[in-house]
Design a protein around this ligand. Structure first.
Ligand SMILES: [Zn+2]
Length: 358
């Protein structure tokens, strides 16, 4: 295997890779993680317990379907020289994993030891296919196109003054759950394409903006072109509060400030490109968000006085959570409104501020 060990090789320069998994004993004990405060055993008023449970159950079920592979294969390896091996192996695989194993591999067990690597690869791909089929056929997170959640979110987005939400997270696997889990947005209601370091391609994104606006002119979808709504582009970079110097974004050398700055540069370049290429006030709205991969807390960059996104002026959802844990729903809403704008009432917020609070 020519590629074996390539990710660990010191002279590996083909491109950025996600950092290797770290274990808690290797983390400097001096680094303090900011933790969620507890409200005497109760959760925050804004915590959606039902949704949390649904997402947690789905996560557990998905992880278990892959975790069961090794124990199942060990059970099969143990009986490979017994009578009726083929039938029994298929039975175990069906009971534990719900998949059939390739008989052409099992049949060779009387000649040589079972090819466990081939079986393992088969099981991983089969489980992945099963999990994908289930996701698109049964919509376990209830976020598919046409679902009630998707329709509600699309209406909310239009009410905020946006006809399309386009998110670019970093392609690091730790951000795979950004839309459905962290932001709690139905997956079909956003355009999502990840890029290393969240550095999206300007030309492709301008093309997608053109297609969106063209559809509004030709078909009035999602709303007619004469409605005063904007295309909202979000960049989600990431950082690590537990091990900031090693577990941040590999594409930016775990430099959080650089990740934010580069994300903002891309956003501004996208807006400039749209404004320079199309006249008549054509423009887009932009948002820059940081995601802490250790706590799932969001760092939202606010607009500075000149209307541009500020790299320094941010609000953290973890700080808001901790400061409002003992407050009522109304007091919490007021505090959030105050933080993201100079207003203390939800009805005074503009579109993008409204999107923050929800
Ligand atoms: Zn990254």
């Amino acid at each position: 295997m020519v590629l074996r060990g390539l990710a660990k090789a010191k002279n590996f320069t083909l491109g950025p890779t996600a950092p290797m998994k770290s274990f808690s004993e290797h983390i400097d004990p001096k680094i303090k993680t900011r933790k969620l405060r507890n409200r005497s055993g109760e959760s925050h008023h804004f915590t959606d317990q039902l949704q949390n449970k649904k997402l947690y159950d789905y996560e557990l079920k998905t992880k278990k379907s892959f975790d069961d592979i090794v124990s199942t294969l060990k059970e099969i390896a143990y009986i490979q020289h017994n009578e009726n091996f083929l039938k029994n192996a298929q039975q175990i695989s069906q009971n534990n994993l719900g998949i059939d194993l390739p008989s052409y591999i099992l049949e060779k067990s009387w000649v040589k030891p079972l090819d466990m690597r081939a079986l393992y690869a088969w099981c991983v791909f089969k489980q992945h296919a099963k999990f994908s089929d289930d996701f698109f056929k049964n919509d376990p997170l209830e976020g598919s196109s046409g679902s009630i959640e998707a329709k509600n979110f699309e209406k909310f987005l239009l009410d905020c003054g946006f006809h399309l939400l386009d998110i670019t997270p970093c392609s690091d696997g730790r951000l795979a759950h950004t839309v459905a889990y962290v932001m709690r947005i139905p997956f079909s209601a956003v355009r999502r394409r990840s890029h290393a370091g969240a550095l999206f391609d300007i030309e492709n994104t301008v093309n997608r903006w053109i297609k969106t606006e063209h559809k509004r002119y030709r078909e009035g979808v999602p709303n007619p072109a004469d409605k005063d709504t904007r295309y909202l582009k979000i960049v989600t970079y990431h950082f690590s509060s537990v091990d900031p110097l090693h577990q941040g974004c590999a594409a930016h050398g775990s430099n959080d400030a650089l990740a934010a700055e580069e994300g903002l540069n891309k956003l501004n370049a996208f807006r400039e490109s749209v404004e320079n290429s199309f006249c008549c006030g054509a423009s887009v709205d932009l948002m820059l968000i940081g995601l802490d991969t250790d706590t799932d807390a969001l760092k939202i960059h606010l607009n500075s006085k000149d209307g541009n996104i500020s790299l320094e002026n941010t609000v953290s959802t973890l700080d808001i959570y901790n400061s409002t844990i003992d407050k009522s729903v109304d007091e919490t809403s007021q505090e959030i409104c105050q933080l993201i704008s100079n207003y203390s009432c939800e009805k005074d917020l503009t579109g993008i501020e409204n999107l923050f609070i929800n």
